[in-house]
Write a protein that binds this ligand. Structure first.
Ligand SMILES: NC(=O)c1ccc[n+]([C@@H]2O[C@H](COP(=O)([O-])OP(=O)(O)OC[C@H]3O[C@@H](n4cnc5c(N)ncnc54)[C@H](O)[C@@H]3O)[C@@H](O)[C@H]2O)c1
Length: 267
């Protein structure tokens, strides 16, 4: 189950957090992984950790907001490993500001990474994914990191929510578009609840600041209470879902969203 033997995966924003854990899990499942991030040193450390554990990994500097950076990443991945089977559009940022205090500069940066980055990654990787999909029973796979904030509204960050809502529907539209073209590339999204990564920490700080309390631990407690399962998520919770969606076990899934949120949106 959930094996990725012989598959080549390119992950954006994989130096740390959910992306890094997904790279580790994919390598353990038999994939060769390309760890792309603007944090070049940290990406190298993550890749080294994977190779030290016996996996196959390549680190590269990837800025998802530029076409040239994606072109270089696809070229490096296919040169090193010969093909591309999986793309994980994971890079993303959280703003943590109310819509009334956000600036146009904030918005443009958010859109560039959270939306333009996902579209460019899809566009630039699609030819290689479609090619390798021809010789795979269930095709190639793209997994986009959306959020529960792309399904329901966000009190803390309405602009982040707008970008993730865009990723949710872009995922479905891309699945339809590739299906119409006859390309065997499945496209699905993941919708995490609050996950304890650097970004998770940023959400607690933002909650504290926006409620005027400055009590980080209290803000973390509020976030935890919103999850009926009784805890916050960890990167592994999400990485395992991404591995499943990328694997042939999800062979009949495209245009879908997988919610991994400890019951938060069940309420
Ligand atoms: N942590 C959460 O609570 C949570 C919840 C829902 C969705 N998500 C989503 O999951 C994804 C991963 O989040 P995380 O919690 O691991 O965050 P994180 O901040 O720990 O990691 C994000 C990574 O993206 C990289 N990145 C930022 N800008 C980039 C760019 N221009 N090009 C390439 N890489 C870039 C960062 O350097 C970092 O390594 C994001 O898309 C995020 O929106 C996270």
């Amino acid at each position: 189950m959930n094996r990725l033997d012989g598959k080549i995966a390119l992950l954006s924003g994989a130096a740390r957090g959910i992306g890094a854990e997904t790279a580790r899990k994919m390598a353990a499942a038999g994939a060769s992984v390309v760890v792309g991030d603007v944090l070049a040193d940290r990406a190298r450390e993550t890749a080294k950790e994977i190779t030290d554990a016996g996996g196959k990994a390549l680190a590269l500097t990837l800025d998802v907001t530029t076409e040239a950076s994606w072109a270089a990443a696809v070229a490096a991945a296919t040169k090193q490993f010969g093909k591309l089977d999986i793309l994980v559009n994971n890079a993303g940022i959280f703003l943590g500001k109310d819509l009334m205090e956000a600036t146009l500069e904030d918005w443009n940066r958010l859109v560039a990474i959270n939306m333009t980055g996902v579209w460019l990654g899809t566009k630039m990787c699609a030819p290689a994914l479609a090619e390798s999909g021809k010789s795979s029973r269930h095709g190639s796979a793209i997994v986009n990191l959306a959020s529960i904030a792309g399904l329901v509204g966000s009190q803390l960050d309405p602009l982040y929510s707008m970008t993730k809502g865009g990723v949710t529907l872009f995922t479905k539209s891309t699945a339809l578009s590739f299906g119409r073209k006859g390309w065997k590339v499945r496209v699905n999204s993941i919708h995490p609840g609050v996950i304890e990564t650097d970004m998770g920490t940023q959400t607690f700080a933002s909650r504290a600041r926006q409620t005027g309390s400055n009590d980080f631990e209290a803000a973390r407690g509020v976030a935890m209470k919103q999850h009926p399962i009784g805890r916050l998520g960890v990167a592994e919770d999400i990485a395992l879902g991404i591995v499943f969606l990328a694997s042939d076990d999800a062979g009949f899934m495209t245009g879908s969203g997988m919610v991994i949120d400890g019951g938060l949106t069940a309420q």
